[in-house]
Write a protein that binds this ligand. Structure first.
Ligand SMILES: Cc1cc2nc3c(=O)[nH]c(=O)nc-3n(C[C@H](O)[C@H](O)[C@H](O)COP(=O)(O)O)c2cc1C
Length: 151
């Protein structure tokens, strides 16, 4: 059975909510195991056991949130040494921008290299029903792609 790992970092609860919506979306797909973890709590060993990664994080001061940056920095060399090439998706929650965080995440993951599996999603402003629905769709899309072997 394929395994999708959702890693999130959240200060106010926005990314926690969005990652939970992505989890619900992914769980609509049969035949996949979905795990949602705080980025602080997982490392390269967890990625090794996974088939895909969805990162849910905020933009802080024009950059990736500290928690997500810490996670990606910790797994960078171990993932290279393990030869991991995972398909990944990204959801950025931002006040009014998000592009800095996205560029940083893409740059780090292209160095492993992990491969983009879905269009990056930037959601600006307070979490609303539309955001939750888009997060759910992203989770479901990643799960479907993994189950169908598209990536
Ligand atoms: C310290 C700090 C810095 C922020 N910097 C930015 C920023 O540079 N660009 C932006 O669009 N939003 C920025 N925001 C807004 C957050 O990205 C947004 O509120 C997000 O939903 C927070 O998600 P979280 O609380 O789940 O981590 C910032 C928020 C904080 C607390």
């Amino acid at each position: 059975m394929k395994r999708l790992i959702i890693a999130y970092h959240s200060q106010s609860g926005a990314c926690a909510q969005l990652s939970h919506a992505a989890l619900r979306g992914a769980q609509r797909e049969a035949g996949i195991q979905v795990e949602r973890h705080r980025a602080w709590d997982i490392g390269a060993a967890d990625l090794r056991a996974g088939d895909g990664l969805l990162c849910v994080t905020a933009e802080n001061s024009g950059a990736l949130s500290g928690g997500m940056k810490d996670f990606l920095d910790r797994v960078f060399y171990p993932a290279i040494n393990l030869g991991l090439v995972l398909p990944y998706g990204v959801l950025i929650s931002a006040g009014n921008d998000g592009r800095g965080a996205l560029a940083q995440l893409q740059r780090i993951l292209s160095g492993v290299p992990f491969t983009p599996a879905a269009e990056p999603l930037i959601l600006r402003g307070d979490v609303c029903e539309e955001h939750l629905s888009k997060a759910q769709e992203l989770g479901e899309g990643m799960a479907t792609g993994l189950v169908m072997g598209i990536f």
